[in-house]
Design a protein around this ligand. Structure first.
Ligand SMILES: [Zn+2]
Length: 400
């Protein structure tokens, strides 16, 4: 029914949104230079295209009110709020909704945003965020914590890394290459990223943490990724009692860098293997995140264990070892093992059981990730070894 007045109205809204986004992107460029955490409260609420207030669509889903824009300042203090945010429109005309939990402290203070599910197969990241939110008592808090646990909804529905986008047939799109997105971008995940970033995440963040895990077929240990040269990021990452820090800015397009680009300190925890819940690692990241909330004055109480207590290993590069043959891979080292140059770390056998490849480390460091699928073809990463490299030759990046 393309001629119904509501349809024309929607079309007009789309065009208006388009103009606002153009203005918004100019503001993003303007803010990118000032990577100062303290500026963010002002810049995030005054940016063109950013919502100045919460917009309720009037819909309710499974008892939760739906919003298309959110300012946590509009919510009642001293309470938890459970909402759905209206994300991108699907081919059916329906929308992907994401779940939003807000613990709004009784007293004002800093606002921290916790996200998970940018990749759909990373379940420990979701559980970590849920566990933190379940520990919070808004009546005792000074400030606000907002959680969005299921960002790439269609990827999570299939428990797979990438978003099945209806392009030329189905494309699989990695949503952690799409940030900050564009509300009028060419693909659904790009538009979804734009809607979430402009109307939900950025306007409510003084600091942000985007939780991940390894990916299907490749497991990683517990570590944080972020730039240690940014004091506010360094301070937060060091508050986690986990074994490794990967001191690296990685590349544009990942959610934590979209926050960094608009002056909001942010980093990415990595919590073990994909598809499973690693309850032991989750507990470490919950403890670290509660430390971060204490650091920001949102939650009272003594600090828990930190990186210092577990002898955290800091590296700035991830040395990749790629398969040169097809066959079954046999690891000779474990996650977190220390390795030296020349040390044999894996072998590979063909269908006759003959060893067709031996893999050695070229660096001194710690194992941070390992292929967990036993079969490999040439070119697959088998290991990443975290190590410290002088910045002369540039850094290798872990492909988050
Ligand atoms: Zn991920």
């Amino acid at each position: 029914m393309p001629d119904r007045p509501e349809e024309r109205l929607d079309r007009r809204d789309f065009l208006i949104a388009s103009i606002a986004t153009v203005a918004g992107s100019a503001a993003l460029v303007g803010n990118a230079g000032s990577a100062n955490a303290q500026d963010t409260a002002a810049s995030s609420t005054t940016a063109p295209g950013a919502p100045s207030k919460t917009i309720y669509t009037g819909d309710t889903i499974q008892g939760k009110k739906v919003v298309s824009a959110l300012d946590v300042n509009d919510l009642e203090a001293g309470q938890k709020h459970f909402l759905y945010f209206q994300g991108v429109e699907m081919p059916t005309g329906q929308h992907w909704y994401v779940s939003v939990t807000v613990a709004k402290g009784a007293k004002p203070g800093k606002r921290v945003v916790l996200t998970s599910g940018v990749h759909g197969d990373e379940m420990s990241s979701i559980h970590t965020v849920q566990s933190v939110m379940n520990q919070l008592d808004p009546a005792q808090m000074s400030g606000t914590v907002m959680a969005v646990t299921d960002i790439a909804r269609p990827a999570i529905e299939g428990m797979q890394r990438r978003w099945p986008n209806l392009g030329r047939g189905v494309d699989l799109i990695d949503m952690n290459r799409e940030w900050p997105g564009n509300e009028n971008g060419l693909t659904a995940p790009n538009r979804h990223a734009g809607l979430l970033f402009n109307r939900l995440l950025r306007p409510n963040a003084d600091a942000a943490i985007d939780f991940h895990t390894g990916t299907t077929g490749f497991e990683v240990t517990a570590f944080n990724i972020g730039g240690m040269d940014v004091p506010e990021v360094k301070a937060m990452m060091e508050l986690y009692p986990v074994g490794q820090i990967y001191d690296n800015h990685v590349y544009p397009g990942v959610l934590h860098n979209a926050f960094m680009d608009v002056g909001i300190p942010s980093f990415t925890p990595e919590i073990g293997a994909a598809r499973v819940l690693d309850l032991e690692m989750i507990a470490q990241f919950v403890e670290g995140t509660m430390n971060v909330l204490k650091h920001h004055g949102i939650v009272a109480g003594p600090m828990g264990r930190t990186g210092k207590d577990v002898g955290v290993f800091v590296g700035n590069s991830a040395f990749p070892i790629l398969a040169t043959e097809g066959g079954i891979v046999e690891h000779l080292v474990k996650l977190n093992d220390k390795v030296e140059p020349g040390q044999k770390v894996a072998i590979q056998r063909n269908s006759f059981g003959e060893v067709v490849a031996e893999y050695t480390s070229a660096v001194s460091g710690e194992v941070t990730g390992q292929r967990s699928d036993a079969m490999s073809e040439p070119g697959n990463p088998l290991l990443f070894i975290l190590f410290h490299k002088t910045p002369l030759n540039g850094d290798e990046t872990y492909p988050e």
